[in-house]
Structure formats: structure tokens, C-alpha cells
Design a protein around this ligand. Structure first.
Ligand code: IMP
Length: 174
């Protein structure tokens, strides 16, 4: 299976989340926020981020699927839709990683048709080397190199989401 090296420690992630939460709090002061948690990969990041944001907020969940193993299938599917109408609300999407940007572009286009008052994006990670479509990221945790990462919600074949840090899998040399 190979080795898992730590790319971002739990401590580094925790510290960055406090900074992002402070920025979000400042930007949404006096507002009620609707947070859209993109399943499955962002569930751990979102759980930590929302607990650090001290403005009134609602959480809803949107399930998306675009990857098999390490490759994007190129087709984004909604596996679970929002349970509420977001028209007129201040919406913050919480995503684990923006890689090619295809998923986020699909999501932004889809959510804009539902007429939110504002629509912002928070992503824990961004891999600019793989960008196919530039998408706005209003609150970014970390920029990373073109490596496949696992842990802290991110999976490889649905496994490793439970690692408390972000790691990189290095295959065994044979
Ligand atoms: P994009 O559409 O290429 O931007 O891919 C976005 C989605 O691909 C993310 O929400 C992740 O679920 C998945 N993804 C992209 N890169 C990685 C990675 O390095 N590890 C695990 N999942 C990834």
C-alpha cells in the first residue's frame, strides 16, 4: 500500500481554520449565513470551520460525486440535494479541495440559479497546477502542489477520510 507522509499537520490545519473563521466572521457580521457543506470530502473541515465561526448560521448538505479512485470522471453528479430554498440568503460553500475547478464551476452555476443574495466559497485546499477552469475561492486554507492527498475528510477509494491530518500516499517502490 505504501507510505503516508504528513503534508499538513492537524495543528497547522487548526491554526489556519481560526484565521479563516475570523475573516468569515468579519465579512458576515450582522448577517445570517447559510453554509453548504459539500459531501463527502468536506465534512471534517466543515465541522471544524463552522464551530469556529461566531455568526448565526444554518447548515445544509449537498452531495457531489466526480471522482473514481484518483481520477475525475469529468461528470459531476448531485447525489444529495439541499433540503431548503436558499433564495435571498447569504451562502457560503464549504469544499475540501479545488483541483481542476470543474466541480466548483458546476456547483456555482447550479447554486446561482437558486438566487442567493450572495455566494462565496471556502476551500481547505487548492491545487493550481491542475486548474482547467478558474473559479473564485474567497477563503482558502492552503495552496498545495500537484499531489494526491488523503485524510481530514479526503479519500482514496472512499478510505482514509478518518486520518486527522492531510497526507500524501507514496507507493512502495518495487
Ligand atoms: P475538481 O472538480 O477537479 O476541482 O475536483 C474536486 C473534487 O475532486 C474534490 O471535491 C475532491 O472530492 C476530489 N479531489 C481532487 N483532488 C483530490 C485529492 O488530491 N485527494 C482526494 N480527493 C481529491
Amino acid at each position: 500500500m505504501g507510505r503516508i507522509d504528513t503534508l499538513l499537520s492537524k495543528e497547522a490545519i487548526d491554526e489556519r481554520i481560526q484565521t479563516l473563521a475570523a475573516e468569515i466572521e468579519r465579512d458576515f457580521e450582522g448577517e445570517t449565513l447559510t453554509v453548504i457543506i459539500v459531501l463527502k470530502g468536506s465534512f471534517i473541515f466543515a465541522a471544524d470551520l463552522v464551530r469556529a465561526i461566531n455568526v448565526p448560521l444554518r447548515c445544509d448538505f449537498l452531495g457531489l460525486r466526480s471522482y473514481e479512485g484518483k481520477e475525475s470522471t469529468g461528470v459531476v453528479q448531485i447525489t444529495h440535494d439541499l433540503t431548503r430554498n436558499i433564495e435571498g440568503e447569504h451562502v457560503l460553500i464549504i469544499e475540501d479541495i479545488v483541483d481542476t475547478g470543474l466541480t466548483m464551476e458546476y456547483l456555482l452555476d447550479n447554486l446561482k440559479t437558486r438566487k442567493p443574495a450572495s455566494l462565496k466559497v471556502a476551500s481547505l485546499l487548492h491545487k493550481p497546477a491542475r486548474t482547467k477552469i478558474e473559479v473564485p475561492i474567497d477563503y482558502l486554507g492552503f495552496t498545495i502542489d500537484d499531489v494526491f492527498v488523503i485524510g481530514y475528510g479526503l479519500d482514496f477509494d472512499q478510505k482514509f477520510r478518518n486520518l486527522p491530518f492531510i497526507g500524501v500516499m507514496t507507493p512502495d517502490a518495487d
